[in-house]
Design a protein around this ligand. Structure first.
Ligand code: HEM
Ligand SMILES: [Ca+2]
Ligand SMILES: [Ca+2]
Length: 302
């Protein structure tokens, strides 16, 4: 058995946090959108059989598709960045640090680099032996997940409603491809067709025309400060300018709206709730002790 701890690599790889920080800083210089990508990558790993780097495994045979093959992972990027940082860690501390921990540390640094809170995260996760395509397909959120289902999912990690609203604040970063909002913009039977500020809708329709062959590549920003981790997301949601259905749903559900209003007015409160939510999301259902493995290469089994 085993557990996560704050000093897990103190003896075996005290340099790891510094290596990940340096790696993230240099990645960020060449790609200002990398914090968004890494934060979403962390969520999509942790949601599927826990944070075990299962999302980083490439398929090596026809019977075992990778999680990335799931349409739910559309738009996921920067997996290779974790592999590169892992090889930098391997050079200093061979076979000591899991890909799963490196991914969590990278997501933590991503939040800081973008101007968000510094989150102390416990370490000691182990890597999975295989990916789980079927589970990825089943448990990653759909576009129309709704508040109820979202809260139920996050409560499994021990999150309160406040923390669940706070973790959705990750949408303060990054982008959404047009194909993910076409229903909201054009399908009058969509539940959130009429919940968007008409001015915003007009603008998004220009960027995302209905019958366009580029809906897979064209995108809109998730909030006006898409590269800054701030509370602008909640101000936007409050003004009916949320991009995804779930963002708008937070305003219409009586359980979540009080936290939207509070976080819109109190960035410090958002940062505190986000930090505890991040620790819960990243600690739930993980492999520890003698479970799983330490992969040498993140994209393949040893
Ligand atoms: C549970 C409800 C959620 C739903 C339905 C949802 C859905 C989505 C969708 C559809 C996109 C756009 C992807 C694309 O078009 O490329 C997106 C982007 C993003 N999501 Fe979520 N998400 C949810 C929760 C979360 C959580 C909990 C986090 C992180 C802790 C997160 C982090 C992000 C980030 C950072 C982006 C921007 C990615 C980029 O710029 O590449 N999301 N989300
Ligand atoms: Ca996983
Ligand atoms: Ca922002």
């Amino acid at each position: 058995g085993g557990w996560l701890s704050y000093d897990f690599y103190e003896k075996t790889c005290p340099q790891v946090e510094g290596i990940v920080r340096a790696g993230l800083q240099s990645l960020h210089l060449s790609d200002r959108t990398s914090p968004a990508a890494l934060l979403r990558l962390m969520f999509h790993d942790c949601q599927v059989q826990g944070c075990d780097a299962s999302i980083l495994l490439d398929s090596n045979n026809l019977t075992m598709p990778s999680e990335i093959a799931s349409p739910k992972n559309f738009g996921i990027r920067n997996r290779e960045s974790i592999s590169i940082i892992k090889s930098m860690v391997e050079a200093v501390c061979p076979q000591q640090v899991s890909c799963a921990d490196i991914l969590i540390l990278a997501a933590r640094e991503a939040v800081v680099i973008a101007g968000g809170p510094w989150i102390q995260v416990p370490l000691g996760r182990r890597d999975s032996m295989s990916p789980n395509y079927t589970l990825a397909n089943a448990v990653l959120p759909t576009l129309n997940i709704g508040v109820d289902h979202m809260l139920r999912n996050f409560s499994k990690t021990g999150m309160s409603i406040e923390e669940s609203v706070a973790i959705m604040g990750a949408h303060t970063l990054g982008i959404t491809h047009c194909k993910n909002i076409l229903d909201r913009l054009y399908n009058s039977s969509d539940a959130n067709y009429n919940t968007m500020d008409p001015e915003l809708k007009k603008m998004l329709r220009l960027i995302c025309p209905l019958r366009s062959s580029t809906a897979n590549i064209s995108f809109v920003i998730n909030d006006p400060t898409t590269r800054v981790f701030d509370n602008q997301y909640y101000i936007n949601v409050m003004k009916r300018r949320g991009i995804l259905s779930i963002d708008s749903d937070l305003l219409s559900d009586p359980r979540t709206v009080p936290f939207v209003l509070r976080f819109a007015d109190d960035q410090g409160g958002f940062f505190r709730a986000f930090s505890s939510a991040f620790v819960k999301l990243s600690s739930s259902g993980v492999l520890t002790g003698d479970q799983g493995v330490i992969r040498r290469i993140c994209s393949a089994m040893n």
